[in-house]
Every structure is written in C-alpha cells, then in structure tokens.
Design a protein around this ligand. Structure first.
Ligand code: NAP
Length: 438
C-alpha cells in the first residue's frame, strides 16, 4: 500500500496501480498480524485505505499470483510488477517433538486470533480450552503479542475486532502459567519496551522473572550503555525480578538463558525440556548441558517468519527473500526487467510497519528511474486485464467489493457493541462483497 501510494502520489509519470492480493481483503499483516488489542497500530489501515480513494489505484482481491495467474501472464498486462507479499511461513525450531499435537507456530496462532480465512479453527478451539500451562518460544514482539493474548482476560479483548469465535474460545481457557523462553539474555531480546511493559500491566496475570536469569556479559553492558531502548528493556525486567506475585489467576514466567531442546508427550505435547545457556562473548548463546523441564500442554513457537518463493521470480533460498539491488529484482547479477520488490520479502521479517514505508518508497524511486527504459511497445490497458479476469472465471473482489466488506464488518461489530468484528471465512467475505462466485 505504501508503494502504491508513492507511485500514485508522484507527478513525473502518469501511472495506474492494481493492488493484487490472494485474499479477498487488503492490508496483509496490518489485518492478519498486528495484535487486535493494539487498536491504535491497527488503525493504520484507515490511512492505507485512503490510497484506494486515489484515482488510478484499484484493489483486485482473491487473485493468487502463481496459482490463478502466472507472473509471466501478469507481465503481459503491466509495465512493472512489485512483489510485496511478505513472509507468510514460520521458521522451524529444529528440535525433537516439534510436530507433536499442541505444538503450534505463532504464525498460525496469530492467523487464528486475527480471523485469517485459512486459520485452523478446529485445532485452536480444541487446544486452548484444554491447556493449563503454555510455553512460548522466543522473545520478539510476536512472542510478546502471543503471550499477552493468552494471558489477558476476555474482558480485556472484547473491544477489539477479534471474531466472536476467538473470544468464545479464549473465554474457555484454563491457562494458569505461560512460560516465555529467551535463549540469550535480557540485553539481547528483540522485543520493544512499550510492548514488553504491557506484560506487566495485565488485569489478571502476574509477571515472574528470576534474578538468576538476568545475565550480562561485557557485550551486554556495552549494548546497554550505547542503546537506550536496550537499557529500558533491561530496566523493565530488573524491576519485575523484584516483584512478588499478587495472587492473580495467571502467571507469565519470563525466562532468559533458556532454550528448548526437546518437546515430549504422548498424544499431545506434555513437557518441554529446556537447556540453560550461557553467552558466548560474540553476541550469541551456547548450551551448558544443564536442563530442566517445564510442564506444558501448549507450545507456541515464535522464532520468526520465513518468505516463500513465487514461481517465475528469482529466490534466495538461504535468506528466504527475493534477491535485489535497490529494489530491482536480480537474477545472476543482472536486473530482471519490470520486476521490483519491497517489504519483508525484500529484506526479511524485521522492522515495524513504518519501516516498510521507507523501504517501498526507495523501490518506487528505482522503478521511476527505470521508467524510460521499460518496454517501448505499448502494453494492453487495465481494461484488457479486466477482460482477462472475466474470461478466466476467477471471482475477484474489487475496491467497491472491499468497501462492502468493510461496511459489513463495521455493522457486525456494531450489532455486538463493538467498533468492528472481523469476518473470517472466504465465503462470508465474498458474500459481503457481493462477489459473484462462478
Ligand atoms: P524476532 O524479533 O526476530 O524474534 C524472534 C525470536 O525468536 C528471538 O527472540 C530469537 O532469539 C528467537 N529464536 C529464533 N530462533 C530460535 C531458536 N532456534 N530457539 C530459540 N529461540 C529462537 O521476530 P518476531 O517476533 O517474529 O517479529 C518479526 C518482526 O515484526 C520484528 O521486527 C518485530 O519487531 C515486528 N513486530 C512488531 C510488533 C510491534 O511493533 N508491536 C509486533 C509484532 C511484530 P535470538 O534473538 O536469540 O535469535
């Protein structure tokens, strides 16, 4: 959306932009990743939505590139394609027992509580009401989101746009303990202070930090001295280590210098074997061989996202990104004509939403600089693309359809005294859009 905005807002070159999404709705992780209780961050979608009001920008939802249409065919209709499809898969832990029932990827859990059309509802509706102790692996912002959603009372979540079935399932949660595992020390955690602090301010969950976990080497001390946000993160956990529990129903145990080495269970995960680690002096951590066991019937692996290859587009398997130079897709050291990349699929799954604005704007600058060298032969117009879509028989949701979905979600929310409720299934989204299913 930031790329579309940068393209349409410049004056040098007349352009039209089609924003294609495989889902019937736009905004990717803003809709299906940002935690629903972070209402002000989520409201960035109102800003993004304004881009569709600009003449020349259209939404085409429900069209999966690589499945419904090849990249090669897209090139027949567009001078340039910018790939901004993010990093949709989870990174693997690589420990025995990772695939036991009850061990889930944070990507899947987040998709579930955000109401993603592909979410595995049955699994979470079975696991959440039957788990009493959970382990969350990782200490990034996604781990913090997941922990907060698990630890909050439903009353703390009803103002969000979470689908009703999510609230109903969380209402049945029996969780008392949530263990969060950081494999390095408090100075190496990747969460941000604002998000971290929230874990200590929950209505019915105490936070527990062991003093023995607060390990700092020379590199940590240097990082604390040089980086205010790291210093603040450390300050927060140090204060938590002085707190006593206050008898709340849930406890969040924030562990450092602890990494999972095995998940054990029978028909379902029952415990996590955790190895104590020590800082290796080079910013990393290594195992000490000393282990302890945490009882857990739910494990959420929050160790990062991973980008996927798209047929017809170069891919760097090692980094799980599209190789590029200044946003121009590269193959064998040369740019691929008419292909550009921005966002997580360009630079990997790091940074906050605003990072993508700068990133997309930089790629758009490269595209505009190349514009004079794009194929001289006139390409078919957007109208020809519409004809192709019609003839293909694929049900797409256009900008007007998206507005209808938006209105339907607001109306659904209002009927429950909420601002909005996310509509989950593709079928319901298409119905709301009045899309004609062929
Ligand atoms: P992340 O910040 O990279 O965190 C991944 C975590 O997993 C790290 O603690 C990492 O530890 C740990 N990890 C990786 N491999 C592991 C292993 N094999 N065993 C144990 N731990 C392992 O990624 P993320 O949390 O998925 O977030 C992705 C991006 O989205 C980040 O830039 C984040 O800030 C952003 N985000 C922002 C917000 C917000 O602003 N509110 C919310 C959600 C996400 P090491 O550091 O030791 O590798």
């Amino acid at each position: 959306m930031y790329a579309a905005d940068a393209l349409i807002s410049q004056q040098d070159l007349p352009v039209t932009v089609d924003v294609i999404d495989k889902l019937p709705v736009p905004f990717g992780l803003v809709r299906y990743g940002v935690a629903p209780d972070h209402v002000s961050i989520r409201s960035v979608r109102d800003t993004l939505d304004k881009v569709f009001e600009k003449p020349g920008v259209r939404f085409i939802g429900g069209l999966e590139v690589g499945v419904d249409i090849s990249v090669q065919t897209l090139h027949e209709f567009f001078d340039a394609i910018m790939f901004t499809y993010g990093a949709s898969r989870d990174r693997r832990l690589g420990v025995p027992g990772e695939d036991l029932d009850g061990s889930v990827a944070a990507t899947d859990f987040v998709a579930w509580y955000c109401g993603h059309p592909d979410a595995d509802r049955a699994t979470f509706e079975r696991l959440i009401p039957t788990a009493t102790s959970a382990v969350v692996v990782g200490v990034g912002n996604v781990a913090v989101d997941v922990t907060r959603v698990l630890a909050k009372t439903v009353d703390e979540l009803t103002h969000t746009d979470m689908p009703e079935y999510v609230l109903d399932t969380l209402r049945k949660s029996l969780l008392t303990d949530i263990h969060v595992l950081g494999r390095r020390g408090p100075a190496q955690a990747t969460y941000t202070t604002k998000e971290l602090r929230e874990l200590g301010e929950l209505l019915d969950a105490d936070i527990v930090v062991e003093r023995a976990d607060l390990v700092f080497d020379a590199g940590s001390e240097q990082a604390i001295a040089n980086d205010k946000s790291i210093a603040r993160n450390v300050e927060v956990v140090k204060e938590w280590a002085t707190r006593r529990t206050t008898g709340k129903s849930r406890r969040i145990h924030l562990h450092f210098m602890s990494r999972p080495v095995e998940l054990r269970g029978d028909d379902r995960v029952r415990e996590v074997v955790v190895e104590r680690t020590e800082l290796d002096g080079a910013g990393g951590a290594k195992g000490t061989g000393e282990t302890f066991v945490i009882k857990a019937d739910l494990v959420v692996r929050s160790v990062g996202y991973r980008g996927m290859a798209l047929p017809g587009v170069p891919f760097d398997e090692g980094q799980s990104v599209i190789p590029h130079l200044d946003g121009r897709v590269q193959l064998g050291g040369a740019p691929v004509s008419g292909q550009y990349v921005a966002g997580w699929i360009k630079r990997g799954p790091t940074g906050i939403i605003g990072t993508n604005k700068k990133d997309a704007t930089a790629t758009v600058a490269a595209l505009l600089a190349d514009a004079n060298n794009l194929p001289a032969a006139p390409l078919p117009s957007p109208a020809d693309f519409d004809t192709w879509l019609l003839q293909s028989g694929i049900t797409v949701v256009d900008s007007a359809g998206w507005q209808l979905i938006d209105a339907a979600e607001r109306a659904l929310g209002e009927s429950k005294g909420r601002e909005r409720t996310t509509i989950q299934t593709t079928e319901d989204l298409l119905n709301a859009a009045n899309a004609i299913v062929s």
